[in-house]
Design a protein around this ligand. Structure first.
Ligand code: HEC
Length: 152
């Protein structure tokens, strides 16, 4: 009988730890994707700024296109179930990401496709082609934000 009490305590501790872990997992997921999108935003802006110049630096564009593409590949990992607004942390992710998950996956895949092309075309150094592909990639940002990100 003496073993019952420590066991009960151990169970309570284990359950408590599970709850805390879930919350911190959601917080980590949100922080991870926000940091990822910040990288995407900064790299995309760097390309945009460069393209506005008289003679854009193709190498700088290629470096940033690589960052965008690398982050785009991570997007499917950034939205685990339970990391939406219901988790109680500050996030601009809308609940329809999870209720409309097939369409959201398509939006993420479109981004990946266009970001991949942007990296390829950036390596070519053809500024006109880069400009066109930059616009196409930007269209996939907007398409997703319009539906799945809280408007500010
Ligand atoms: C598949 C959907 C999707 C695509 C594609 C997408 N985003 Fe986002 N983005 C989001 C969501 C959702 C958030 C909100 C994340 C959060 O707050 O948890 C976000 C947030 C951001 C943020 C704010 C990050 C922060 O918290 O400070 C920036 C900047 C951003 N996106 C830039 C971009 C750019 C630039 C592109 C395209 C090159 C892009 N995003 C493509 C869904 C997307």
């Amino acid at each position: 009988m003496t073993a019952a009490k420590p066991l009960a305590i151990a169970l309570v501790l284990a359950l408590g730890a599970t709850g805390a872990l879930a919350a911190s997992a959601a917080e980590t997921a949100i922080a991870t994707r926000q940091a990822g999108y910040k990288k995407v935003g900064a790299a995309f802006k760097a390309i945009s700024d460069e393209l506005k110049k008289g003679s854009p630096d193709a190498r700088l564009i290629a470096t940033n296109a690589q960052i965008v593409n690398a982050q785009a590949a991570q997007v499917p990992k950034w939205f685990p179930k339970g990391s939406g607004p219901e988790a109680g942390f500050k996030t601009e992710a809308k609940p329809n990401i999870w209720t409309d998950s097939a369409k959201f996956a398509t939006a993420a895949a479109n981004f990946q496709t266009e970001a991949g092309k942007l990296q390829t075309v950036s390596a070519s150094g053809n500024i006109d082609a880069i400009k066109a592909q930059f616009r196409a990639t930007g269209g996939t940002c907007k398409a997703c934000h319009d539906v799945y990100r809280v408007e500010k």
